[in-house]
Design a protein around this ligand. Structure first.
Ligand SMILES: [Zn+2]
Ligand SMILES: [Zn+2]
Length: 335
């Protein structure tokens, strides 16, 4: 039996300080590993951070959806060896604060996140604590880079007490909307209709076929859906969702809305229809589920990549998604 001598818990903020200090030397501190990044996806959250609408502050190396090879390990790293292939769960929690002890680690009072408050995956190398890394087997790096967004989707969908054979309306089929669509399908929905204003995205989603595909709300049947899921976060869109959910139905607000903006809803409608409004924030230990679903092909992710760019083209990747001049889904960066 092994006796653990120094059972010291290091808070994420302290890990952050140590890693910021050590980052340049590729010499990971105790309990940490250095990953040579294989693939790193640009996420909507990166755009929010880029535009100053989210929690993280520049200067920071962005990238929280990534995978790669372990190239160096610090002392007391037991889970990994050099050469292991891993993907990263960016949220770090302390495990000992009141919130963590209430099993809400995604709201840890000492929360830090790789690529948000700590150096992230848009780099050739990144150091992370070993608890942030997950083995990916022989999954390709670009597929494994979907572990984090799929974890968020699994968490969100898990919040809906799912009705087998449910009629669902999904609004928005960008990369995260497509992950939602494929996850909702797996949950056993009978009808899955889609609203998407972007023609390319609409045509792409239409191929999944579990129902009708609409370009706006005008043709969508009111009070018809058991569950309405918003993947846009657009205020004007989420305000309208209530009209389409049937009495005693549920709405999941999944898309990230702009900070500081307000929406108008009629509380009487909530009362009269006995609606449940759910919201979802990041994930809660869903990484293993995500890797398993991707590895087994239950959730396909590869076809969601529309652009593959090099690290020095990162800014072009941001603009591809912000300027919307050409059709884009997931933009994957290869450092
Ligand atoms: Zn993300
Ligand atoms: Zn905590």
């Amino acid at each position: 039996m092994k006796i653990i001598k120094d059972c010291q818990i290091i808070k994420p903020g302290i890990i952050r300080e140590i890693l910021l200090e050590k980052q340049k030397m590729l010499n990971p501190p105790q309990g940490c590993i250095t990953i040579q990044v294989g693939a790193s996806g640009i996420c909507g959250t990166d755009l929010h951070i880029f535009l100053g609408e989210y929690i993280g502050d520049y200067p920071i190396i962005p990238g929280h959806e990534f995978s790669g090879d372990v190239v160096s390990i610090g002392d007391k790293v037991e889970r990994f060896k050099v050469g292991d292939r891993v993907a990263v769960e960016p949220n770090l929690s302390c495990g000992i604060c009141d919130t963590c002890l209430h099993n809400r680690q995604h709201f840890c009072e000492n929360w830090q996140a790789i690529g948000v408050t700590m150096p992230g995956g848009m780099a050739t190398h990144v150091m992370v604590p070993q608890q942030a890394a997950f083995t990916i087997g022989d999954l390709s790096f670009e597929e494994a880079a979907f572990m984090e967004p799929l974890s968020c989707v699994i968490h969100g969908v898990g919040l809906i007490e799912f009705l087998l054979g449910a009629h669902i309306l999904l609004v928005g089929t960008g990369p995260i909307g497509m992950l939602l669509l494929r996850t909702l399908k797996n949950m056993g929905s009978a009808k899955l209709d889609i609203v998407e204003i972007n023609e390319n995205r609409r045509n792409f989603a239409a191929k999944e076929g579990l129902g009708q595909v609409f370009s706006d709300f005008s043709q969508v049947k009111k009070e018809y859906y058991d569950i309405v899921v918003d993947a846009t976060g657009a205020i004007s869109v989420i305000e309208q969702c209530i009209a389409f959910v049937r009495p005693a139905g549920k709405i999941l607000f999944f898309g990230v809305p702009p900070k500081g903006k307000v929406m108008t809803i009629e509380p009487f409608q909530l009362f009269r229809k006995e609606l449940t409004i759910l919201s979802s924030y990041t994930s809660l230990r869903n990484s293993k589920q995500a890797i398993d679903l991707i590895s087994t092909g239950r959730i396909v992710v590869k076809d969601l990549i529309s652009h593959r760019l090099l690290l020095n083209e990162l800014k072009d990747g941001f603009h591809l998604l912000l300027d919307k001049k050409e059709p884009a889904m997931k933009v994957m960066i290869f450092p």
